[in-house]
Design a protein around this ligand. Structure first.
Ligand code: F6P
Length: 327
C-alpha cells in the first residue's frame, strides 16, 4: 500500500514519535509512506516525499513535526477538496493517516464523506478531541506548564506576591485544570465556569488574612471573563485582582513554550501506540475511524465523533478542582 501521512493544525510534542511509528510499521509490512508537508495544504499542492526509516532516526525525542504543519482546511479553499482528491489519484495512494486536532480531523471527516479512505490520530495540547480519551502532546504540555507554575510560585513566595499564570486553552480548560492542580495552584479561571473576580479576590484575601503571603492563580486563555476589549485573559485577571486586593501582582503568559520541546515518555508511548494502531486500521481497511489509545490499549471510534466539537472537561475533574482551588 501507499499511505499518505500529514500533521495539521497547531504542533505539539509527540508528533515525530507518531510519524516514526507509522514509518516503522510500513517498513515491516512492505508498505510505502508518503509524508506530506504542511498538513492538508501540502496534500492539495502535491507537496510530499517518501519517508524511510533513515528519516525517522533520532526524531522520537524531538518536539515539532518533521512534516511541518499548517492551518488549512481544503473545503474552505476554492478547489481545495478537488486538489486533495487529485493528489490521492496521482500519487496512487490507498489511504491517509491524518494526525491533527479538531480542525484537521474535521477536514478529514469531510474528505472521508467524499470517499477518501483515512484514519485519524488525535493530537493537541488542548486535549479536547471528542471520541478520544487522550491526545498526543497534552501530558508534555501539562508537565511544562506545571513546572513553570512551580517556578512562578517560589518567586511569588519570596516577594509576597499574587502570581497569575496564563496557560493555553481557547475553548477548554483541560490544561489549566491539570497543570494548575499538579502545581498546587490556589485558584483557576476556566472557560467552563464563569469567572467572578469579586468572589475570587475575596477568597484570595481570606487566604492571606489567615496567614498565606502569596497565591497563584492559573488562567486559561479562554477563561469566561465577559468583555475583553482585546486584552488577554491573564491581564484581565491580574489587573482585576490587583485592584480589588491591593496585592503586588505579576502576570506570566506561558504561550508557545507549552507547545515546544521534547515529548515526555508518556507522550512518546501514546504517540507510538497511536501510530501502530492507525497502521493496523489501514491494513484491515477500518477507515473513517479515529484512534482512541492509551499507553497500552487501543480502540477505534467513528471519525464523525470529531463533529461533536470540543470534548469537555468532565464534571469529576471539575469537582476535584472545586475542592482544592477557588474558581
Ligand atoms: O494547539 C492549540 C492551541 O495551543 C490553543 O490552545 C491556542 O489558542 C492556539 O493553539 C494557538 O495557536 P497559534 O498561535 O499557533 O495559532
Amino acid at each position: 500500500m501507499r499511505i499518505g501521512v500529514l500533521t495539521g493544525g497547531g504542533d505539539c510534542p509527540g508528533l515525530n514519535a507518531a510519524i516514526r511509528a507509522i514509518v516503522l510499521c510500513a517498513q515491516n509490512s512492505g508498505d510505502q509512506i508518503v509524508g506530506f508537508h504542511h498538513g492538508w495544504r501540502g496534500v492539495a499542492q502535491g507537496d510530499g516525499a517518501i519517508l524511510s526509516e533513515a528519516d525517522t532516526k533520532g526524531i522520537m525525542q524531538t518536539g515539532g513535526t518533521i512534516l511541518r504543519t499548517a492551518l488549512f482546511h481544503p473545503d474552505k479553499h476554492e478547489g481545495g477538496t478537488e486538489a486533495v482528491l487529485a493528489t490521492f489519484e496521482r500519487e496512487r495512494l490507498d489511504a491517509f493517516v491524518v494526525i491533527g486536532g479538531d480542525g484537521t480531523l474535521g477536514a478529514a471527516l469531510k474528505l472521508s464523506q467524499r470517499g477518501v479512505p483515512l484514519v485519524g490520530i488525535a493530537k493537541t495540547i488542548d486535549h479536547d478531541v471528542s471520541g478520544t480519551h487522550r491526545c498526543i502532546g497534552f501530558d508534555t504540555a501539562v508537565a511544562t506548564a506545571a513546572e513553570a507554575i512551580d517556578r512562578v510560585q517560589t518567586t511569588g513566595e519570596s516577594h509576597d506576591r499574587l502570581m497569575v499564570v496564563e496557560v493555553m486553552g481557547r475553548t477548554s480548560g483541560w490544561l489549566a485544570v491539570c497543570a494548575g492542580l499538579a502545581a498546587g495552584a490556589n485558584a483557576l479561571c476556566l472557560p467552563e465556569i464563569p469567572v467572578d473576580l469579586d468572589r475570587l479576590a475575596k477568597a484570595i484575601a481570606q487566604r492571606h488574612d489567615s496567614g498565606s503571603t502569596s497565591s497563584v492563580v492559573v488562567v486559561a486563555e479562554g477563561a469566561q471573563l465577559g468583555q475583553s476589549n482585546g486584552r488577554s485573559a491573564g491581564s484581565i485577571v491580574a489587573d482585576g485582582l490587583q485592584k480589588r486586593t491591593g496585592y503586588d501582582t505579576r502576570l506570566t503568559v506561558l504561550g508557545h513554550i507549552q507547545r515546544g520541546g521534547p515529548p515526555i515518555p508518556s507522550d512518546r508511548l501514546l504517540a507510538s501506540n497511536c501510530g501502530v494502531a492507525a497502521m493496523q486500521a489501514v491494513r484491515s481497511g477500518a477507515f473513517a475511524t479515529l484512534v482512541d489509545a492509551d499507553d497500552t490499549t487501543t480502540d477505534l471510534v467513528p471519525l464523525n465523533f470529531v463533529a461533536l466539537g470540543p470534548r469537555p472537561v468532565p464534571a469529576e475533574l471539575l469537582a476535584i478542582a472545586r475542592e482544592l482551588t477557588v474558581q
